[in-house]
Write a protein that binds this ligand. Structure first.
Ligand code: SF4
Ligand code: SF4
Length: 215
Protein backbone atom coordinates (compact mmCIF):
# COMPACT_ATOMS: atom_id res chain seq x y z
CA UNK A 1 0.00 0.00 0.00
CA UNK A 2 1.48 3.42 -0.92
CA UNK A 3 2.56 5.74 1.91
CA UNK A 4 -0.34 7.97 3.00
CA UNK A 5 0.11 11.06 5.20
CA UNK A 6 -1.00 10.24 8.71
CA UNK A 7 -3.90 12.72 8.71
CA UNK A 8 -5.30 11.06 5.57
CA UNK A 9 -5.19 7.50 6.93
CA UNK A 10 -8.88 7.49 8.03
CA UNK A 11 -9.92 8.59 4.55
CA UNK A 12 -7.78 5.86 3.01
CA UNK A 13 -9.66 3.37 5.16
CA UNK A 14 -12.98 4.70 3.91
CA UNK A 15 -11.62 4.39 0.38
CA UNK A 16 -11.73 0.63 0.76
CA UNK A 17 -15.34 0.87 1.97
CA UNK A 18 -16.43 3.08 -0.92
CA UNK A 19 -14.62 0.93 -3.44
CA UNK A 20 -16.39 -2.18 -2.14
CA UNK A 21 -19.84 -0.51 -2.26
CA UNK A 22 -19.78 -0.46 -6.05
CA UNK A 23 -18.67 -4.05 -6.54
CA UNK A 24 -21.30 -6.74 -7.21
CA UNK A 25 -22.57 -8.50 -4.06
CA UNK A 26 -21.82 -12.21 -3.62
CA UNK A 27 -24.40 -12.94 -0.95
CA UNK A 28 -25.69 -16.53 -1.13
CA UNK A 29 -29.43 -16.76 -0.46
CA UNK A 30 -29.15 -19.99 1.48
CA UNK A 31 -31.33 -21.93 2.19
CA UNK A 32 -33.69 -20.56 -0.50
CA UNK A 33 -31.01 -20.96 -3.15
CA UNK A 34 -28.49 -23.73 -2.73
CA UNK A 35 -25.18 -23.34 -4.48
CA UNK A 36 -23.49 -26.62 -5.47
CA UNK A 37 -20.47 -27.43 -3.37
CA UNK A 38 -17.07 -28.40 -4.77
CA UNK A 39 -17.08 -31.87 -6.35
CA UNK A 40 -14.81 -33.34 -3.66
CA UNK A 41 -16.65 -31.69 -0.76
CA UNK A 42 -16.59 -33.82 2.39
CA UNK A 43 -20.26 -34.23 3.26
CA UNK A 44 -22.22 -36.94 4.96
CA UNK A 45 -20.79 -40.44 4.74
CA UNK A 46 -22.29 -43.33 2.85
CA UNK A 47 -21.87 -47.08 3.20
CA UNK A 48 -21.85 -48.45 -0.33
CA UNK A 49 -23.16 -51.62 -1.88
CA UNK A 50 -21.99 -53.88 -4.67
CA UNK A 51 -24.07 -53.94 -7.82
CA UNK A 52 -25.98 -57.03 -6.67
CA UNK A 53 -26.99 -55.39 -3.38
CA UNK A 54 -24.45 -56.96 -1.01
CA UNK A 55 -22.77 -54.50 1.33
CA UNK A 56 -19.15 -53.50 0.85
CA UNK A 57 -18.43 -53.04 4.56
CA UNK A 58 -16.62 -56.00 6.11
CA UNK A 59 -16.70 -54.70 9.66
CA UNK A 60 -12.91 -54.42 9.91
CA UNK A 61 -13.00 -51.25 12.05
CA UNK A 62 -10.10 -49.64 10.19
CA UNK A 63 -12.18 -46.51 9.68
CA UNK A 64 -12.83 -46.29 13.41
CA UNK A 65 -9.13 -46.68 14.23
CA UNK A 66 -8.18 -44.04 11.67
CA UNK A 67 -10.64 -41.46 12.94
CA UNK A 68 -8.85 -38.75 14.92
CA UNK A 69 -12.09 -37.63 16.55
CA UNK A 70 -13.21 -41.09 17.73
CA UNK A 71 -16.47 -40.50 15.89
CA UNK A 72 -17.03 -43.99 14.44
CA UNK A 73 -18.28 -47.12 16.15
CA UNK A 74 -18.23 -50.42 14.26
CA UNK A 75 -19.30 -53.83 15.42
CA UNK A 76 -18.58 -56.62 12.95
CA UNK A 77 -20.26 -60.02 12.77
CA UNK A 78 -19.78 -63.25 10.81
CA UNK A 79 -21.65 -63.90 7.59
CA UNK A 80 -23.22 -67.34 7.52
CA UNK A 81 -24.48 -69.60 4.74
CA UNK A 82 -28.06 -68.65 5.55
CA UNK A 83 -27.49 -64.95 6.24
CA UNK A 84 -24.90 -63.15 4.14
CA UNK A 85 -24.67 -59.36 4.02
CA UNK A 86 -21.24 -58.93 2.38
CA UNK A 87 -18.99 -61.08 0.17
CA UNK A 88 -16.27 -61.68 2.79
CA UNK A 89 -16.27 -63.54 6.09
CA UNK A 90 -17.54 -60.56 8.07
CA UNK A 91 -19.90 -57.66 7.69
CA UNK A 92 -20.62 -54.51 9.64
CA UNK A 93 -23.57 -55.39 11.85
CA UNK A 94 -23.59 -52.16 13.79
CA UNK A 95 -22.18 -48.97 12.33
CA UNK A 96 -22.48 -45.47 13.75
CA UNK A 97 -20.97 -42.08 13.01
CA UNK A 98 -21.30 -39.35 15.59
CA UNK A 99 -21.63 -36.08 13.69
CA UNK A 100 -21.18 -34.12 16.90
CA UNK A 101 -17.56 -35.28 16.76
CA UNK A 102 -16.84 -35.66 13.04
CA UNK A 103 -14.59 -32.96 11.59
CA UNK A 104 -15.01 -34.08 7.99
CA UNK A 105 -11.35 -34.89 7.51
CA UNK A 106 -11.91 -38.01 5.37
CA UNK A 107 -9.28 -40.15 7.11
CA UNK A 108 -11.87 -42.89 7.55
CA UNK A 109 -12.48 -43.00 3.81
CA UNK A 110 -8.75 -43.30 3.15
CA UNK A 111 -8.48 -46.19 5.60
CA UNK A 112 -11.34 -48.27 4.20
CA UNK A 113 -9.94 -51.25 2.25
CA UNK A 114 -13.09 -51.99 0.25
CA UNK A 115 -14.29 -48.48 -0.65
CA UNK A 116 -17.31 -49.26 1.48
CA UNK A 117 -17.13 -45.84 3.05
CA UNK A 118 -17.22 -42.67 0.97
CA UNK A 119 -18.47 -39.15 1.53
CA UNK A 120 -21.35 -37.54 -0.30
CA UNK A 121 -21.91 -33.86 -1.04
CA UNK A 122 -24.75 -33.65 1.46
CA UNK A 123 -24.03 -31.00 4.09
CA UNK A 124 -27.41 -30.36 5.71
CA UNK A 125 -26.88 -32.48 8.79
CA UNK A 126 -27.58 -29.94 11.51
CA UNK A 127 -30.21 -30.89 14.06
CA UNK A 128 -31.71 -29.69 17.31
CA UNK A 129 -30.73 -32.63 19.51
CA UNK A 130 -27.71 -34.82 20.08
CA UNK A 131 -29.35 -38.19 19.56
CA UNK A 132 -30.29 -37.61 15.94
CA UNK A 133 -26.73 -36.59 15.09
CA UNK A 134 -25.52 -40.11 15.74
CA UNK A 135 -26.17 -41.69 12.35
CA UNK A 136 -26.70 -45.43 12.31
CA UNK A 137 -26.09 -48.00 9.62
CA UNK A 138 -29.69 -47.56 8.54
CA UNK A 139 -29.05 -43.86 7.96
CA UNK A 140 -25.75 -44.33 6.17
CA UNK A 141 -26.36 -47.36 3.95
CA UNK A 142 -26.64 -46.57 0.24
CA UNK A 143 -30.14 -46.95 -1.16
CA UNK A 144 -31.03 -49.94 -3.26
CA UNK A 145 -30.94 -49.28 -6.96
CA UNK A 146 -33.14 -51.00 -9.51
CA UNK A 147 -32.05 -54.59 -10.00
CA UNK A 148 -30.22 -54.94 -6.68
CA UNK A 149 -31.34 -57.65 -4.28
CA UNK A 150 -31.72 -56.55 -0.64
CA UNK A 151 -29.20 -58.29 1.63
CA UNK A 152 -28.96 -60.83 3.15
CA UNK A 153 -28.52 -63.18 0.21
CA UNK A 154 -25.93 -65.46 -1.39
CA UNK A 155 -22.97 -64.24 -3.37
CA UNK A 156 -23.25 -64.17 -7.14
CA UNK A 157 -23.08 -67.80 -8.40
CA UNK A 158 -19.48 -68.89 -8.88
CA UNK A 159 -18.06 -65.70 -7.38
CA UNK A 160 -15.82 -65.32 -4.35
CA UNK A 161 -14.88 -62.22 -2.40
CA UNK A 162 -12.04 -61.54 -4.85
CA UNK A 163 -14.51 -61.36 -7.72
CA UNK A 164 -16.32 -58.62 -5.88
CA UNK A 165 -13.21 -56.69 -4.88
CA UNK A 166 -12.00 -56.67 -8.49
CA UNK A 167 -15.28 -55.04 -9.55
CA UNK A 168 -16.38 -57.96 -11.72
CA UNK A 169 -19.93 -58.11 -10.34
CA UNK A 170 -22.11 -55.83 -12.42
CA UNK A 171 -25.56 -56.91 -11.28
CA UNK A 172 -27.60 -59.52 -9.46
CA UNK A 173 -28.30 -63.04 -10.75
CA UNK A 174 -31.83 -64.49 -10.59
CA UNK A 175 -30.61 -67.10 -8.05
CA UNK A 176 -29.79 -64.35 -5.56
CA UNK A 177 -33.40 -63.35 -4.98
CA UNK A 178 -36.09 -60.92 -5.99
CA UNK A 179 -34.58 -57.71 -7.38
CA UNK A 180 -35.63 -54.37 -6.03
CA UNK A 181 -37.93 -52.24 -8.14
CA UNK A 182 -38.16 -48.47 -7.54
CA UNK A 183 -41.19 -47.54 -5.47
CA UNK A 184 -40.97 -50.62 -3.26
CA UNK A 185 -39.99 -50.27 0.41
CA UNK A 186 -36.24 -50.58 0.97
CA UNK A 187 -34.93 -48.16 -1.61
CA UNK A 188 -34.64 -44.47 -0.94
CA UNK A 189 -33.89 -42.94 -4.31
CA UNK A 190 -30.64 -41.08 -4.77
CA UNK A 191 -27.64 -42.36 -6.64
CA UNK A 192 -26.80 -45.15 -4.32
CA UNK A 193 -24.10 -47.59 -4.93
CA UNK A 194 -20.98 -45.59 -5.47
CA UNK A 195 -21.04 -42.23 -3.77
CA UNK A 196 -17.48 -41.49 -4.76
CA UNK A 197 -16.19 -38.08 -3.71
CA UNK A 198 -18.18 -35.50 -5.61
CA UNK A 199 -21.34 -37.55 -5.94
CA UNK A 200 -24.57 -37.11 -4.09
CA UNK A 201 -25.82 -39.88 -1.87
CA UNK A 202 -29.35 -40.65 -0.78
CA UNK A 203 -31.27 -37.44 -0.32
CA UNK A 204 -33.30 -38.08 2.78
CA UNK A 205 -33.49 -40.88 5.23
CA UNK A 206 -37.11 -42.02 5.60
CA UNK A 207 -36.97 -42.03 9.40
CA UNK A 208 -35.52 -38.54 9.57
CA UNK A 209 -37.85 -37.32 6.85
CA UNK A 210 -40.81 -38.69 8.79
CA UNK A 211 -39.56 -36.86 11.85
CA UNK A 212 -39.25 -33.71 9.82
CA UNK A 213 -35.48 -33.72 10.44
CA UNK A 214 -32.74 -33.04 8.00
CA UNK A 215 -30.86 -36.18 7.05
S1 SF4 B 1 -14.36 -37.65 8.39
FE1 SF4 B 1 -12.63 -37.65 9.90
S2 SF4 B 1 -13.59 -37.09 11.85
FE2 SF4 B 1 -15.26 -37.66 10.46
S3 SF4 B 1 -15.63 -39.84 10.91
FE3 SF4 B 1 -14.15 -39.74 9.18
S4 SF4 B 1 -12.12 -39.84 10.16
FE4 SF4 B 1 -13.59 -39.31 11.76
S1 SF4 C 1 -16.40 -48.91 6.39
FE1 SF4 C 1 -14.53 -49.82 5.52
S2 SF4 C 1 -12.94 -49.50 7.09
FE2 SF4 C 1 -14.92 -49.19 8.10
S3 SF4 C 1 -15.45 -51.19 8.98
FE3 SF4 C 1 -16.41 -51.09 6.94
S4 SF4 C 1 -14.91 -52.03 5.54
FE4 SF4 C 1 -13.80 -51.54 7.45
Amino acid sequence: MPDVPRFLEPLAGFGVTFGTMFKPAHTEQYPEEKVPVAPRYHGRHQLNRYADGLEKCIGCELCAWACPADAIFVEGADNTDVERFSPGERYGRNYQINYLRCIGCGMCVEACPTRALTMTNEYEIADDNRTDLIFTKEDLLAPLLEGMVPAPHDMYPGADHGTYYRGEITGAAPEQGEPYTPGEPGGQGGQGEHAEPGEQGPQRNPRRAADGKAS
